[in-house]
Structures are given as structure tokens and as C-alpha cells.
Design a protein around this ligand. Structure first.
Ligand SMILES: C[S@@+](CC[C@H](N)C(=O)[O-])C[C@H]1O[C@@H](n2cnc3c(N)ncnc32)[C@H](O)[C@@H]1O
Length: 850
């Protein structure tokens, strides 16, 4: 039986460790042993026979033949590698032959089978015969050499033969497939086996890659590093025509190199992109020489981009809305996150104490029933106008004519069916830490508007019990979980469902509603009008009826009420909105003003630059205003101080000499002069001139009747005070008169000035005094000079009058004086002063003339 040993080699022989050994063993052992070994694997006799037709056996024996060339000159080959290269070369030229360019893989070995399949039977037989004989005559040296360098393949075989017998059916199939890859079995591939084979060959996670092929049994030196074959970039077919080394040579060495199945540097076509959709299979298909390769496809494969694609800039410019698919489930809870500690979970309502009576009463209330019509196909009935819905009753088969699938008012039934499985997605919510608000609830899926999310369950207690609990049990607690269910009934969620953790917001995304389900009041959290997106924190408006100090609200909404308090009614909301708007408007105005003034300041600063450059036209209204105000203040201060001085002087707190020393001095100096006058005339004329001119000036300049009267009375007093001279005392009286006249005149001057100034000040207090401008200044100086002229003429007139007794001349002079005062009207006090001075000077002149 020449074929027997060969068939043994392909079966999982228990002690075959190397190709040569297998041959040796096959020959050395008797048939019974080989039969025994074969029995450890499923019987594959038919396939084995088929495999025997292949050239595999012949090929496997080549190494041995190489060793034993001397023994068979007839069939000898001087260099086995030459032979192998030729064989390979020839085989690879065969149409339909394939080569896995990924190096040493199962496929490589299998492909060798294919290569060998073209050898004719005769050759096979001959080679086997040779092998049998040559092995028997093998030199000890060559045997030892072979023993030292067992190939990976051999070790695989050994490992396979060890484990094959104890495996189950599936594992045995895997083993068989593996063996076939290594040429250990020539069993014809069944579809199942080929599938397994594919699995073995697939990807970096393929079974073959996972296997540890090292074997400590062999004390062999580490393999020399295998040089990576250079890729020429030529077409695969061309590349294959220049074989670099026989595949079997690669298999030698102690440690098996872990060959990558995919990747740019392992025979992968540069155009094939592993990041593209389609993954491994597509890649394998594109790979030249692989079983699934499609050369046509390869040639048409898209070119690899050398640079990053640029369309990202497009996306920066444009934006579009998108919606996360409805069924995305994204829990955020991470292991280690804080969990609520004192939460007693209660997923059903538990009625406590006296609440039971109320509960029963509520249950006995007449049930509602709706008369809704079946909806159009694809739509749902029992919408907003459903009687049950309006009455807050959930529809069921007793109170609604629609089918469950047609009715949209069966929220609790939907919730029950959704949470029946108890899966996280079905529940769709989770407890999270919500910063300064304690814990909260977050959705980990989406909820459509109005969809039920979860039921608020807990202990159902009476109002009295709730008050007791708040006062006694929860007095030190910060969080309250009490909610009114129905009149007189409270749900205490301290022991309750996850809904107890839902926080308050003044702009909530959920609402809590009570529904009667089969007559029983139940509470649940529903999605608000905008629905809930994955990751949203669930909130509802507590509408908290706080009895004590309200808690501060940290909801962060723009419309936050600031505290956990009751919702405002429509009117209150309107008012609040109005106030808020007003506040915002004012704030905006203020901000704008500030910004403008800042900008102005900056502009001015920029205009002026640093340092003094000269006068700048002040066109800024604000600055103008400021300057005006400063000026007014200055004037006011001046006025006040001078007025105070005058008042003080008048009250006697200050000596008159201190107030007007210059005038006094002058008066004193004039006093020393002797006046020779016709006493009577002089008296009269002087009296007239001084009294009239002063009074006239005041009339003209002050337009103050009170002041005027006072002045006049002074004037009259002055007049009265003048003593009438007697003829007996002529000389003395002359002297006295002299003195009296000069003194009185001075007094007139002083009083006139003071009174007129007072009047001016009083006027200034009532209305703004006329501000002198350029023209008024001119008027002033003109008046002053005119005053002097008048004074001159008055003096002359007086002189004349005194001399010639021409009273008319004196009067004319007075008229001139009055006119001069009228001219100086706009100048106010100044002209009055001038006029008064004119009188004084006039009288002085008169006296001086004397
Ligand atoms: C029903 S519990 C909500 C769950 C609670 N955060 C927890 O950690 O258990 C109500 C309590 O949460 C707190 N809370 C809820 N919403 C709040 C908010 N917007 N601002 C401040 N505290 C809030 C208050 O202490 C309130 O009494």
C-alpha cells in the first residue's frame, strides 16, 4: 500500500511535528497506528482519496527529496529551491491560480495545494515512493538538522493533532479546516467547512492570527529576521512572475511572525481604503490574488487622496437643523456617579390611613364615557375634544368605542406596555446630579409632545397627615416631595418613583397631570409641547404653595420667578412682563448714554491730544452746559459774598469806612475845603441835584418800587436833616453847611449805591441778571464817559446856578444826568453807580471850583 503513509500525513497524526517527521513517522509506524490516528478525526476517506490525486504530497516531500538526492539519482534534483521556484513560477502562471500576497497565511498554504493540483498522478506516486525510500535512508545529520528547525506549519500540525480528538463537532470542523490549510488534510471542502475556512483566514482577528504558534518543546535558535519583500508597484500579475523565495522557506523558524492580514504594507492595494464602508470583505475583494479578488474592480478603484478633503470649510459656513433619530438611547450615568441615598423606591401608590376613605369615595364617582368616532386611517382618535380627555379620564375598552391602537387617550396603558419589559430604554429616564438643585431626572431618549414619561407614585396621604409630616418628620429636610393628587389627597413621593426627583423650572419642558384610570386618580409626568430630546433634564412648574419662607429657585430660566412660589395669573404675568420690559428699556438707555459719553470723551481727548495746543471750540452741548453752570456758580458766589459784606456793613457789624474807604477818604479830603456859597441857593440846588439825580437813577435802574420808596424817603430824610441856617450864624453856618453838605452828599452817594446794589441783587435773585456782553460793555464805558460829561455839565450848571441863581440850568443838567442813566439802563448797577458818582463829582467839582 504505497498510498497509506501519505494519507497518514494528511490526517492529524498525533506525533507529527515536522514535515519530514511526518514522513518518517508515516513510514516508521505501522498501518495500524496510522489508522488509529486517522480515527481521531472525522472520516474523510473520500476526500482524502481526492487529495491524494493532488500534487500536495509530492510537494510536501520535496524537502526530503532535497536531503536524499544522492539516493535517487533517477529523480534527483540538485537544488530544491530552484525546483520550488520553478514550480511556483509555473503554477502562478496557471490561469485561475491564486496567490495570497499577505504572506504566510492559511490561504497561502491552501494555495500551494492548488499549485500542486496540476501535477499528474504519476508524479505524485513517484515522489511519494521516493519520499518513502529516501526517508528510510536519510542521513542522521540531515535528520538532526530538520529536527532543529521545525516549521510553524509543523508545529501547527502537532498542536492540531493534540486537540482534535477532544473537540466537539463545531470545533472539529474548525480544526479540519485549519488542517486543510496546512495541508494536513485533503478533504474536499464542504460549504460549511469553507465557511469556517474563511473565518480562519479573515482579518487580523482571524483564528490563525490568534493562535500562539510557539512551542517550547523545540530548543531552536531564534529565526533570522525575514526581510520584507519590496513592493515594486507593478501590477500584481507582473509581481508574481518574479518569485523571490519559495513560500515554504518562510515557514521555517521558531517564532511565527504574526502576519497582518490587512494594511497598506502587506500586499494591500494602495487604492483600497480600510476606513471605507464595506470593511474587510470589500478590502479582501480588492486585494489582488485573494480568493474574492476582483481585478476589474481593483483597476477601477478610486485613487487615494494625498490630502485631507476640504469640504469641512463648507460646513463651517452653512448650517442646517437635524433631528437625532427617535430611538437613540444615550444614558449618561457613569459608574462612580453619586446616587441618591435615602430613596425608598415605590412604583405603586400606597394608600395610608384616613386617605383610604377619601380614596374610596373618589373611586365611587360616576365614570365618564366618550363618543369619539373612529379616526381616518393612519390617524388617532380621542383627541382634544374627547369627553374622557376633557374629564381627565383615561379611555379604556369600557368607556371608549375605539380600538386601543386608534385611541390617543390611553397614556397609562401605553406606559404600562412600555415599561413591562423593564428595559432602560423603555423607561427612558435616569437620575442625575443637578448641581445646586440636588438630584434631577434626565431623559436618555426622546419623547414626543404630550407623551407620557413616567408615573409619579408614592404614599397617598390625607392633607392633615401631610401637614403633620411637614411639621414633624420633614422639618429638617431641604427637599419636599409632596404633591396634591386630588382634593384632600396628597402623594408623598419621599417613598416613591423616580418622578420624585424631577426638579422645578419656571420654564419647564414637562407637565404633571392627574388622570383617572379605571376610576382611580393617578399622576404622571408628560412631555411638554415641544417634546423632549435625548439628554434634556426633565422639569415641571411646581406652582409651589409655600407656607413658610419660599426657597430660592435655581432653574436659570429667563422668566425665573426667583423663588419656588405659585405661578402668577395672566394679569400678574402681564404686569411682570411690563415691568421687566421697562426695566430693560431703562437699562438699555443708561447703557447707551454711558457709551455715548465715553465715546465723546474719547473723541475730545483724541482731538486735543496730549498737552496744550491752544483753544478748542467747544461745540459739545454738554461741555457748554457745564461751563455755563460753573460760571453761574462763580457769579452767584461772588454776589453772595459782596452782598453779605454789604449787609454786614449796614447792620453795623462792619464800619462803613471798612466798606468804602476810598469814598470816605475822598469825602474827608474834600471836607477840608472851604465852600463859599449863597447858603440858601446852594442848599436848594444841591438838594435838588443830589436828591433828584439819585432818586431818578434808582427809578430808572432798579424798577423796584419798594427800594425806590426807601431811597426816596432817605432822600427826603436827607433833605429834612439839613439844618436851615439862621442869619445870625452865617459864618458858623457856612462852616456847618459846608460840613453838612459834604457829609450829606457822601451819604447820598453811599446810600444810593447801596440801595441800588441791593435792588440789583434782589432782582438778580428773582430773575437772572442781564449778562454783560460786548455791546453792554461798550454801553457801560460809554455811559461812564457820558456820566463824566454830565457830571461836568451838572457841576457847571450848579456853579452857574449858584452864581447866577439859574435854577433852570441846574434842572437841565439834571435832565442830562437822567438821560445818561437811561442810556446805562442795560448795564444795571454800574450805570446807577456812575450816575451817583456823577452827582458826587458834580458836587465836588462845585466845591472844588469854589
Ligand atoms: C421634588 S424634589 C426634587 C428632587 C430634589 N432635587 C432631590 O435632590 O431630591 C423638590 C426639591 O428639590 C429642590 N429643587 C427643585 N427644583 C429646584 C429649583 N429650580 N431650584 C432650587 N431648588 C430646587 C428643592 O429643594 C425642592 O424642595
Amino acid at each position: 500500500m504505497a498510498l497509506q503513509p501519505n494519507s497518514m500525513t494528511r490526517s492529524s497524526s498525533s506525533d507529527s511535528s515536522a514535515l519530514s517527521n511526518i514522513m518518517v513517522t508515516g513510514v516508521a509506524e505501522d498501518d495500524s497506528v496510522s489508522d488509529q490516528a486517522s480515527a481521531s478525526t472525522p472520516q474523510t476517506s473520500l476526500n482524502d482519496n481526492a487529495s491524494l490525486q493532488s500534487a500536495k504530497g509530492a510537494f510536501d516531500t520535496l524537502d526530503v527529496i532535497q536531503e536524499e538526492t544522492g539516493r535517487r539519482p533517477k529523480r534527483a534534483r540538485s537544488n530544491v529551491s530552484t525546483y520550488n521556484v520553478k514550480e511556483l513560477f509555473d503554477a502562478q502562471q496557471q490561469p485561475g491560480s491564486s496567490r495570497n500576497v499577505s504572506g504566510l497565511t492559511g490561504r497561502t498554504l491552501v494555495d500551494q495545494d492548488a499549485l500542486r493540483g496540476d501535477k499528474d498522478d504519476k508524479d505524485v506516486e513517484e515522489m511519494e515512493w521516493e519520499a518513502t525510500n529516501t526517508t528510510q535512508r536519510r542521513s542522521p545529520r540531515s535528520a538532526a538538522k530538520m529536527h532543529r528547525r521545525p516549521s510553524v506549519k509543523d508545529r501547527m500540525k502537532k498542536a492540531a493533532s493534540k486537540v482534535g480528538s477532544v473537540l466537539g463537532k463545531r470545533s472539529r470542523e474548525v480544526m479540519e479546516a485549519g488542517k486543510r490549510k496546512f495541508g494536513m488534510s485533503e478533504v474536499e471542502e464542504s460549504p460549511k467547512a469553507s465557511k469556517v475556512l474563511k473565518e480562519l483566514d479573515m482579518g487580523t482577528k482571524g483564528v490563525l492570527d490568534e493562535m500562539d504558534l510557539s512551542d517550547d518543546e523545540y530548543d531552536t535558535p531564534p529565526p533570522r529576521p525575514v526581510k520584507r519583500a519590496k513592493t515594486t508597484g507593478k501590477a500584481p500579475a507582473e509581481e508574481l512572475t518574479v518569485p523571490t523565495a519559495p513560500p515554504l522557506k518562510i515557514t521555517s523558524g521558531r517564532q511565527a511572525k504574526k502576519w497582518q492580514k490587512e494594511g497598506l504594507f502587506v500586499g494591500q492595494d494602495a487604492d483600497a481604503d480600510p476606513t471605507q464602508k464595506g470593511g474587510r470583505k470589500k478590502l479582501q475583494k480588492k486585494r489582488p490574488g485573494s480568493s474574492g479578488s476582483d481585478d476589474a474592480e481593483v483597476s477601477g478603484a478610486s485613487k487615494r487622496r494625498p490630502l485631507m478633503p476640504l469640504p469641512m470649510f463648507d460646513y463651517l459656513d452653512k448650517s442646517r437643523d437635524f433631528i437625532i433619530p427617535f430611538d437613540i438611547y444615550a444614558p449618561s450615568f457613569v459608574k462612580g456617579d453619586e446616587k441618591p441615598k435615602d430613596w425608598f423606591k415605590l412604583n405603586r401608590n400606597r394608600i395610608i390611613g384616613e386617605a383610604k376613605d377619601l380614596w374610596e369615595k373618589a373611586e365611587k364617582l360616576p365614570a365618564s364615557a366618550c363618543v369619539c368616532q373612529p379616526p381616518a386611517p393612519g390617524e388617532k382618535g380621542c383627541e382634544d375634544d374627547c369627553l374622557n380627555r376633557v374629564m381627565q379620564y383615561e379611555c379604556n375598552e369600557d368607556n371608549c368605542n375605539l380600538e386601543a391602537g386608534e385611541c390617543s387617550n390611553r397614556a397609562f396603558a401605553e406606559l404600562a406596555s412600555r415599561t413591562k419589559k423593564g428595559g432602560s430604554f423603555d423607561c427612558g429616564v435616569e437620575v442625575i446630579k443637578a448641581g445646586n438643585r440636588g438630584f434631577g431626572v434626565r431623559s436618555c431618549r426622546t419623547f414626543s409632545p404630550g407623551q407620557i414619561i413616567m408615573e409619579y407614585t408614592g404614599e397617598i396621604i390625607s392633607e392633615t397627615e401631610s401637614q403633620r409630616r411637614v411639621k414633624e418628620e420633614y422639618k429638617d429636610k431641604q427637599n419636599y416631595y409632596l404633591m396634591e393628587l386630588e382634593r384632600g389627597l396628597i402623594i408623598d413621593g419621599t417613598k416613591g418613583s423616580m418622578a420624585r426627583f424631577v426638579n422645578h423650572s419656571c420654564a419647564p419642558n414637562c407637565e404633571v397631570r392627574m388622570m383617572k384610570v379605571n376610576g382611580t386618580p393617578r399622576m404622571a409626568v408628560f412631555a411638554g409641547d415641544n417634546g423632549i430630546m435625548t439628554g434634556d433634564e426633565l422639569t415641571y412648574d411646581y406652582n409651589f404653595d409655600s407656607l413658610g419662607i419660599p426657597q430660592a429657585c435655581y432653574c436659570g430660566a429667563a422668566t425665573c420667578r426667583g423663588y419656588l412660589i405659585k405661578r402668577l395669573n395672566a394679569a400678574e404675568q402681564k404686569k411682570q412682563a411690563r415691568e421687566e420690559m421697562e426695566r430693560k428699556r431703562k437699562a438699555a438707555e443708561e447703557a447707551q448714554k454711558n457709551a455715548e459719553s465715553e465715546a465723546r470723551k474719547k473723541r475730545l481727548q483724541n482731538d486735543r491730544g496730549s498737552g496744550w495746543r491752544g483753544w478748542v471750540a467747544v461745540d459739545d452741548p454738554e461741555t457748554k452746559e457745564r461751563l455755563k453752570a460753573e460760571k453761574r456758580e462763580r457769579e452767584e458766589a461772588e454776589k453772595n459774598s459782596s452782598r453779605a459784606q454789604r449787609l454786614a456793613a449796614r447792620r453795623g457789624s462792619l464800619p462803613a469806612a471798612a466798606t468804602k474807604p476810598a469814598v470816605e477818604k475822598r469825602t474827608n479830603s474834600k471836607r477840608r475845603k472851604t465852600v463859599h456859597v449863597d447858603e440858601e441857593n446852594a442848599e436848594t440846588e444841591l438838594e435838588e441835584a443830589a436828591g433828584e439825580s439819585a432818586a431818578d437813577a434808582l427809578v430808572q435802574n432798579t424798577a423796584n418800587p419798594t427800594t425806590h420808596t426807601r431811597t426816596v424817603s432817605r432822600g427826603s430824610k436827607f433833605t429834612e436833616e439839613l439844618p436851615r441856617p439862621s442869619s445870625a450864624q452865617t459864618h458858623t453856618s457856612k462852616i456847618v453847611k459846608k460840613t453838612e453838605v459834604s457829609v450829606s452828599t457822601t451819604e447820598v452817594h453811599e446810600e444810593t449805591r447801596m440801595i441800588s446794589e441791593d435792588a440789583g441783587a434782589a432782582n438778580a435773585e428773582d430773575e437772572e441778571p442781564p449778562r454783560p456782553n460786548d455791546s453792554s460793555k461798550h454801553t457801560l464805558s460809554r455811559t461812564a464817559s457820558k456820566g463824566k460829561e454830565v457830571m461836568k455839565s451838572v457841576g457847571q450848571a450848579v456853579k452857574k446856578g449858584l452864581k447866577g441863581g439859574d435854577k433852570g440850568a441846574t434842572r437841565r443838567a439834571n435832565g442830562q444826568l437822567r438821560q445818561s442813566s437811561i442810556d446805562g439802563q442795560g448795564v444795571g448797577r454800574a450805570s446807577v453807580g456812575e450816575a451817583a458818582e456823577a452827582v458826587v463829582l458834580g458836587s465836588d467839582f462845585l466845591r472844588g471850583d469854589k
